[in-house]
Ligand binder design. Sequence first.
Ligand code: MLC
Ligand code: AMP
Length: 510
Amino acid sequence: MNKNTKSIMTNENLYHFFERKFPADKSRTAFELPSGKTYSFQDLQDTSGRFANYLIESGAKPGDRVAVQVHKTVEAVFLYLACLRSGLVYLPLNTAYKSAEIDYFLSDASPAVLVCDPSNRTELLDIATKAGVSNVLTLDKEGQGSLISNSGGHSSEFDTTIRTGEDLAAILYTSGTTGRSKGAMLTHNNLASNAQSLVKAWEFEESDVLLHALPIFHVHGLFVALHCAFLSGNKVIFLSKFDADEVIDTLPKATVFMGVPTFYVRLLASQKFGKESCHNMRLFTAGSAPLLEDTFNEFTARTGHTILERYGMSEAGMITSNPYNGERIAGSVGFPLDNQVRISDEQGNIVKDGDIGILEIKGPNVFKGYWNMPEKTAAEFRPDGYFITGDMIRKDEKGYYRIVGRSKDLVISGGYNVYPKEIESYLDEMPGVLESAVVGRPHPDFGEAVVAFIVLDGENSVTEQDVIDFVKDKLANFKVPKQVFITKELPRNTMGKVQKNELRARAQPD
Ligand code: MLC
Ligand code: AMP
């Protein structure tokens, strides 16, 4: 059989993979809302089919990008599945992004379709037109909008488009150390292989019920959580956002919960939270940011459950995980999943066992490269195909991997990545500001918080609040500094480089 015959016969479309794992009885519940409203696997199949027919019949072609900035609804998940089914490339965007940020993503990715909240349509229309987007659709908080009305008359029967494993399924933008966001290109096979690893490692079964409180525009909520549920034919209890009281009230109906560390900090802050809420639970996982040992220990003491911490990134999905069976260790991210890993120095030499170095990875989960950025892609891969994660890692005496820092200048606040360079670039443009430096400092709720140091341009009266307002206007709320220090000058080393460690020390809360 030649290669072409093979590619015609095997469909490596991720949706096709999910579909084979859906329950035989399609009337079973795929999603349940707190209101009691449910969506069956049949609804999932019909609505994603209808969206797929509409998108293709309205001119989008396999390989085209579909940019989506909408609230968390089941209809938004169906839209994601419709894109997979029709070979369109899904490009989710954080709902907190402002127009200036969206402008960049649209002009970089040149999508064929933009789906946004109706309240943003007028503001985004100009930007979208300029970027060549031919179809701007809406989807609101209630799952209504022109996506629904326009697709209404279309057939729900759709033959899932044949894709090879190497075809793109999604692009996830991650901020860059240079200030420009990079679009990580993920293939059907990247996503399928990672999902399969997690279902196996975390022993998902058809009887599991996933309580979903994460946003669905990042790898954690969109891929890790939903893909495990799809591949296991599970019911998902779908919350529109994380709210500690709502999670505590709903947990008794669930068996699995996934969260960023802030979720666990907030659950523990509630006196209502304890063993009672968790009596049906079999698994709590944490990731996207470091889980503090105190949180890990307090959680076990309060609930009798041990949080399973795992580690990953947009470019590769999940890379390591604490064991499902076996000891889960606080402060560690466990062992490599189905990818090869090595720990190297800046030059790419493998360090001695037990030494700190940068984690490099290779495997079916590792992305194809950055959209439109061949040089950046080449710079972040070693010649033998290993991707340089930028995370500083040590393998301990028991073989567990521990993240000890980052070689990239990055702050992770409540699970969202913030690259100081991006904020500094905006601040440096602010009238009255000579220069700026942004660092992270410990924060009891968000783990780390963004703070800014500002040097004013001569005598003028820019205040902390002016700086905050300036950033708030242009950048997503989680990037807005929680505190601004006006200072006479920035500390620099002999090479003229700003000494961020000194600023971090100065920024420590009292
Ligand atoms: C909200 N704010 C934040 C923030 N979230 N500030 C800093 N960091 C954050 N993460 C702002 C709000 O806009 C508000 O500002 C103020 O802080 C207080 O907001 P809040 O009401 O307390 O926030 P809330 O809406 O409850 O959101 C907090 C949160 C949310 C933790 C629920 O941030 C969240 O869902 N985080 C999950 C992120 C995630 O999914 N990461 C996965 C990335 S994937 P103001 O000025 O309006 O008062 C990845 C790979 C991997 O990293 O390994 O998984
Ligand atoms: P993102 O680019 O948003 O996907 O974020 C990925 C980054 O989050 C990784 O490179 C790590 O720096 C960080 N991260 C993810 N999981 C963990 C974890 N369990 N502990 C510490 N950092 C983590």
